[in-house]
Design a protein around this ligand. Structure first.
Ligand SMILES: [Zn+2]
Length: 360
């Protein structure tokens, strides 16, 4: 017993000695310049709100974009990709938002191989390593109202705090545009040790920025997701010269397994069809036709089939306008317009709502 403990102590001392040696060789672990550059270009895009580290922040989290009720999104990103001269990050497929299907992530698979490799491999692995979870919300900064609705990738502490407010039955809907609540928070410390101290404003208030609805985006649309195949392609493009990505992925089962399952299902379906007698097939076709006719009847009755009036279109915010584009299948792309006003004009053009109908 005592000898075993002594052995353990000796082992620890040896480790400490080796660690000291590492430090004395290099002085200390210097930041990897390439990594710093990459991280900066990800964070300085200007798209994201940054809290004030020195003063009290006051923010209001915006309500959900639509009736799915999603006003906060968790994401874990893989950095370390470059595409079209830009540094990019994409969501991990395995450790992801609850609304995505969790499937094996090829990036994690490659990282697991790289960390066991040489210095270059380990460095690449640290570039690709998934970030800690961030919680994406849309906010109005009450100290900078004119900046409008901004996106914030809040830390885990914010995610926990905000979700607990949403879950608390004693607290009204804090995202209510008229009667919701602002959140105060202060930051202390720096880097990984940064602490956030959150507090709910005791008094409810309307959102301070009047045109918030015009600015609001679909949170889910702000995250570009690449699927397994696309991520593998990126890995090969970005790291394929230095490393044998295909070899790392030789025993990666995520994609192949999924495809196999799909094929099997399709085969089973074919077999089912073959087993049907001609009479059964006719019956199935009649049922399908009746269902289609029923669907057609429903469509005519739905108010969506009625024509839009100029007043209705004029009263719509960006979100409702986009719904019209989708429902009416209008050939209007996101690139075609910069403001809700322009979008409104395009829609009225497409729907043949004439100028004279428009009171402006
Ligand atoms: Zn991943």
């Amino acid at each position: 017993m005592s000898s075993r403990r002594r052995l353990g102590v000796r082992g620890n001392n040896k480790e400490i000695e080796m660690a000291r040696k590492r430090h004395s060789d290099k002085g200390h672990h210097r930041p990897d310049k390439k990594y710093v550059e990459k991280t900066r270009s990800q964070t300085s895009s200007g798209e994201w709100w940054k809290p004030d580290a020195k003063h009290k922040n006051q923010i209001r989290v915006m309500p959900a974009w639509d009736d799915r009720g999603i006003c906060i999104v968790r994401r874990v990103m893989h950095f370390g990709f470059e595409e079209g001269g830009r540094n990019r990050a994409f969501p991990c497929l395995e450790d992801n938002e609850p609304w995505m299907d969790s499937i094996p992530c090829p990036v994690d698979h490659v990282i697991a191989k790289m960390v066991k490799g040489d210095k270059d491999e380990r460095s690449a692995a640290s570039d690709l390593k998934a970030s800690s979870a961030r919680f994406l919300v849309q906010i109005v900064d009450c100290n900078d109202i004119e900046a409008g609705v901004q996106k914030w990738a809040g830390p885990l502490s914010f995610g926990k705090y905000f979700l607990s407010l949403l879950e608390d039955d004693d607290i009204e809907d804090i995202t209510d545009p008229e009667d919701g609540y602002d959140i105060y928070f202060e930051m202390s410390g720096s880097g990984r040790g940064t602490k956030y101290d959150y507090r709910l404003r005791a008094k409810s208030s309307p959102i301070a920025y009047d045109d918030w609805e015009e600015d609001l985006d679909d949170l889910l649309e702000t995250i570009e997701i690449r699927d397994t195949e696309e991520l593998i392609e990126l890995l090969v493009e970005n790291y394929g010269n230095a490393f044998d990505i295909k070899e790392y992925l030789e025993d990666f089962e995520g994609e192949t397994e999924k495809k196999g399952k799909k094929k099997k299902k399709a085969r089973e379906k074919d077999e089912e069809d073959e087993e049907k007698t001609p009479a059964q097939k006719r019956k199935a076709r009649r049922a399908a036709k009746a269902a289609a006719e029923e669907e057609e009847k429903k469509k005519v009755e739905e108010p969506g089939e009625e024509e839009w009036t100029a007043e209705e279109i004029l009263a719509m915010n960006k979100r409702k306008l986009l719904k019209v584009v989708k429902d009416e299948e209008l050939p209007i792309e996101d690139e075609d317009w910069d403001s809700a006003k322009e979008l409104r004009e395009l829609i009225m053009d497409e729907l043949n709502i004439k100028e004279e109908d428009v009171p402006f």
